[in-house]
Ligand binder design. Structure first.
Ligand SMILES: NC(=O)c1ccc[n+]([C@@H]2O[C@H](COP(=O)([O-])OP(=O)(O)OC[C@H]3O[C@@H](n4cnc5c(N)ncnc54)[C@H](OP(=O)(O)O)[C@@H]3O)[C@@H](O)[C@H]2O)c1
Length: 334
């Protein structure tokens, strides 16, 4: 099969399309013919080893000391079950699925195996393969930060910094679904796009600084590492939470300190990768509460160009890699 492979850390040009052996499903695995995947901010970080301050020390021990341990990037996919292992009972050949290997990577290829009880779920009705491929990375991160860490409630005032990114565009939609009043912070070019995602209000960070205004928030989700607690404390309500999706190591260690008398807190951490969250996203997409925002599409053989675009830090939502015809409609199983 064709796969995008990288053997050394570095710029987008280290990624090349090669022929590699097609994996075979073990007894409890399914083989997925991949229609679409994404190049996410995680792929950029793992490829370049550009990590938030303080995490660089752990990069090579985690991802491979002398070169990448997993030479195929890609955290999420959508496709069709091509074959199943002898003992598989949950899925059958021909079903349209999306999957989130997450930190195990390996989705920038024509095929990938997944354990049948792994992070894999059927594609909800009405979504294309491209959209289904982009459900998991931003969606699970937004769920973890809003629902699990910040414990968002109906009526909360929520500010999303970086509202046009993969995580931010999911967070705007999910915060709205949880009944919050949502303000999105983005640049001039993305104001309309963030409004269309459902934000009640948008702030243009090139014209105003939310930290210097009079409005206050129950929850601030900084998806891009644009701010810190000292600057945000004055615009957090009592018991307010600042959640830092792209926290540095000092910020992560600092978040473990005891609570302040006014109850304001910093929350951060690595997202838990769970199939239960895929099922939540599947249901939200089926009910029309969450639709991944897609920016550009690139065929697999142009994946280095896709990486270069992601490296700009300016993408809107997800950059999709297509293995088959672009925006091919998924045929969800009943
Ligand atoms: N903790 C975890 O487990 C975890 C999980 C997933 C992701 N992450 C991290 O979360 C971060 C965001 O990921 P992502 O995939 O959402 O990134 P992304 O899609 O690449 O973010 C790009 C977006 O960020 C916006 N942006 C850049 N600077 C901004 C600023 N100063 N203010 C407001 N918006 C700004 C850009 O909009 P403009 O062009 O309008 O500026 C662009 O639309 C990454 O650093 C990633 O490593 C952490």
């Amino acid at each position: 099969m064709k796969a995008a492979v990288y053997r050394t850390y570095g710029p987008p040009s280290v990624v090349r399309v090669e022929d590699v052996p097609t994996p075979q499903p073990k007894d409890h695995e399914v083989l997925i013919r991949i229609s679409a995947s994404t190049v996410s901010s995680a792929d950029w970080r793992v490829r370049s080893l550009e990590l938030p301050r303080g995490f660089g020390l752990f990069a090579r021990p985690v991802f491979g000391l002398f070169g990448p341990r997993q030479p195929i990037l890609g955290t999420e996919l959508a496709g069709t079950i091509e074959a199943v292992g002898r003992a598989v009972t949950r899925f059958q050949a021909g079903e349209a699925v999306f999957a989130f290997p997450g930190s195990a990577l390996g989705c920038h290829a024509e095929y990938r195996t997944m354990p049948e009880d792994g992070r894999i779920a059927r594609i909800p009705a009405g979504l294309t393969f491209d959209e289904a491929a982009a459900l998991s990375f931003g969606g699970t991160t937004a769920l973890y930060y809003l629902r699990d860490l910040a414990q968002v409630r109906a009526g909360d005032e929520v500010l999303i910094v970086g509202a046009s990114g993969a995580v931010g565009s999911a967070a705007v939609q999910l915060a709205r679904h949880f009944g919050a009043r949502v303000t999105g912070v983005t640049s001039t070019a993305n104001l309309e796009c963030v409004q269309a995602l459902g934000a009640d209000r948008v702030l243009d960070y090139t014209k105003e600084d939310f930290r210097r205004g009079t409005a206050t928030w129950d929850i601030i989700v900084d998806t891009v590492g644009a701010t810190e607690f000292a600057a945000c404390a004055p615009v957090l309500k009592d018991e307010g939470r600042l959640t830092l999706v792209a926290a540095t190591l000092p910020q992560m260690l600092g978040s473990m300190r005891r609570r302040r008398p006014d109850g304001k807190r910093v929350l951060t951490g690595a997202v838990k990768e769970r199939v239960e969250d895929l099922l939540v996203l599947q249901a939200l997409a089926a009910e029309g509460h969450f639709r991944p925002l897609i920016d550009r599409r690139y065929p697999l053989n142009e994946i280095a160009a896709a990486h270069a675009y992601v490296d700009t830090g300016r993408k809107r939502g997800s950059v999709v890699i297509t293995m088959g015809p672009a925006a091919e409609a998924a045929t969800p199983s009943p």
